[in-house]
Design a protein. Structure first.
Length: 596
């Protein structure tokens, strides 16, 4: 088992990509060798920079600029004083060779990411390794960026994949799927795979050691299941799943313009979550009616300085124009003090998930906030913008954030800078405090967007990244259902739309519950849209309300989940495109070798 990172089912023979980290030589230098060693380091940096520039140009020509931005971030890291100056200091003061110094500094920089609660930024530790390995290979005169010829319909298995490896192999069209030992939902492999609609399972432990070249691999990129050399019975289950998924994709293209309307006429808008421009074609092909969540933190990826207003503006303008008038909901920066470029003091917060982050950080760093707000106001000329503030806990924060927005609008107007018409300004409801005063917040917000990932973990007092307590993360906990109902009731009383953009929105198990609760919009990844749409179109809201009523008469999360799963299976077990398996709610039969 691993983490389902890009949906889809694939069966193919394993191609093991052996990119093992090079063994780092450790040498002591004589005094006369110090200066030549520093020059050797400079030469390796310059060579690495040229290589990355060439790769960036190559990927930009074929893949667009988004993945190339990751390589540009690696180029910035090459020249970051935190890396270069510290390596040179170790060469001079400790008299050690450049390879050893690079590895030591890389290890130190990686430790700085350990206190970051946000998964996306925590995954950037791997970028430090990619850059360090490139420098060390160039120092040792080894081949870098070796072209890899992947057999057709292969399952690429690797310990980890660099951005260049992932983008170039996905572009080839020969890869049936990716399996990596490391990584999460926001790793480069996951991002590239989703953009290319290639199934991927990441975080699979020791898969690259347990799988041999040529092994037959069956994988499910939705559930994170990997079977090695499956039996004929198991293989037939995966082949059927693959057929169903392909049929689902075919139907998605046919029904992408059909609305998600229940049999008794209740309409829900289905939107997409995104970070990169390249994700938009897939979202539109799968029927997204707009963007329900555009995360903007990627712009801070591996940078020493914050993005300029012009960089913000260009990114937002591209997305708004690409969506052609469809609504685009952009979330302002969900940053924390420990993941901002240029920060040199890395003190560990006792509880960073509840520390200075999101709207709190922006209101404590006004110029950073204003830079983004000015860019958003300018970009609003180019499309249908909706703006939302994350982690709002009270009315005062919302008023303060809106005041900054209006001050920026006024300043731009006085300067003669064109801005669009007034656009809806909403909030992420992701804390119990916001849920409990949703009636007051609804008087001053134009819409609500429920971020269930945080709302659930804050409500249940668990860290879902902590394996010891992750099992307690229960979207169908009665307290969560009651909070969701409170939020929706407040929105409807104030006549403002309520959407959901957390992971719960795209899980078909919860579709009827969310339909019954009365959400106006659901936002999810592209591959989740067709199944959720078909479920909505096959039932009445009246029926869904009966299901929810029965669920809320129960007490424990386990009871509620069992009841909902049983009711969903009863209604949809004969649906050809059921999202789980040929027998809903069951895993495929176990293999002799299941990774993870």
């Amino acid at each position: 088992m691993g983490i389902g990172a890009s949906p889809g089912v694939a069966v193919g023979h394993a191609f093991i990509l052996d990119r093992k980290r090079i063994r780092t030589p450790k040498l002591r230098l004589a005094e006369a060798e110090v200066e030549p060693e520093r020059m050797r380091m400079k030469t390796a940096i310059d060579l690495s920079d040229r290589q990355l520039a060439e790769l960036k140009e190559q990927i930009t020509r074929t893949e667009g600029s988004d993945h190339a931005l990751i390589l540009e971030a690696h180029r910035l890291m090459l020249h970051d004083p935190m890396l270069v100056d510290e390596v040179n200091r170790l060469i001079v003061d400790d008299r050690i060779n450049a390879e050893w110094a690079v590895r030591r500094v890389a290890r130190k920089i990686k430790h700085l990411f350990d206190n970051i609660p946000d998964e996306y930024f925590r995954e950037r530790r791997s970028d430090v390794d990619y850059v360090a390995d490139r420098i060390i290979r160039n120092l040792m005169g080894q081949v870098v960026d070796e072209e890899v010829e992947v057999p057709a319909e292969a399952i690429v298995v690797a310990h980890d994949l660099s951005p260049a490896d992932a983008a170039l192999m996905a572009r080839s069209g020969r890869v049936a799927g990716f399996v990596t030992d490391l990584g999460g939902q926001t790793s480069h492999t996951a991002i590239v795979a989703r953009a290319r609609e290639t199934p991927a399972v990441v975080g699979a432990g020791r898969a690259s050691e347990q799988i041999s070249p040529g092994d037959l691999v069956a994988m499910d990129g939705t559930r994170g299941v990997i079977l090695v050399n499956p039996s004929e019975e198991q293989l037939s289950v995966f082949r059927e799943e693959q057929r169903r998924y392909q049929e689902s994709e075919r139907l998605a293209l046919m029904t992408k313009d059909q609305p998600a309307v229940s049999t008794d006429g209740y309409r829900i808008r289905l939107n997409g979550n995104m970070e990169f421009l390249e994700e938009i074609p897939s979202l539109l092909a799968h029927g997204a009616e707009g963007i329900g969540l555009y995360r903007t933190e990627f712009m801070f990826l591996d940078r020493k300085t914050a993005p300029t207003e012009e960089e913000h503006y260009r990114a937002y303008r591209q997305v708004l124009e690409a969506m052609g008038g469809r609504p685009v909901t952009i979330r302002t920066l969900d940053l924390g003090g420990d993941k901002v470029p240029g920060k040199t003091k890395h003190e560990k917060e006792p509880n960073p998930a509840m520390g200075l982050r999101a709207i709190r950080y922006c209101l404590s760093n006004r110029e950073l906030f204003r830079t983004q707000l000015r860019a958003l106001l300018r970009a609003s000329v180019h499309g249908n913008l909706r703006l939302m503030f994350p982690l709002i806990c009270g009315v005062s924060e919302l008023r303060e954030a809106r005041s900054e927005l209006e001050a920026c609008r006024t300043a731009l107007g006085r300067a003669g800078v064109p801005v669009g018409k007034r656009f809806p300004v909403g909030i992420m409801v992701e804390t119990p405090s916001a849920a409990m005063i949703a009636d007051r917040l609804a008087q001053e917000a134009d819409f609500f967007s429920v971020g269930t990932n945080d709302l659930i973990q804050y409500s249940l007092a668990i860290d879902r990244q902590n394996r010891e307590v992750a099992y307690l993360y229960r979207p169908l906990h009665l307290s969560v259902l009651r909070l969701l109902q409170t939020i929706i009731d407040a929105g409807k009383a104030a006549n403002i739309p309520v959407s959901m953009c957390g992971e719960m929105a795209g899980d078909p198990l919860y579709t009827l519950v969310l339909l019954a609760l009365g959400f106006d919009e659901l936002s999810m990844t592209s591959g989740q849209i067709p199944v959720v749409k078909r479920f909505i179109r096959r039932v009445s809201r009246t029926d869904a309300v009966e299901l929810l009523k029965g669920a809320m008469e129960l007490t424990t999360a386990e009871e509620i989940e069992r009841y909902v799963r049983t009711e969903m299976d009863r209604r949809f077990s004969e649906t050809p495109e059921h999202p789980e398996s040929s027998e809903p709610g069951q895993e495929p039969p176990p293999s002799d070798r299941t990774t993870g």
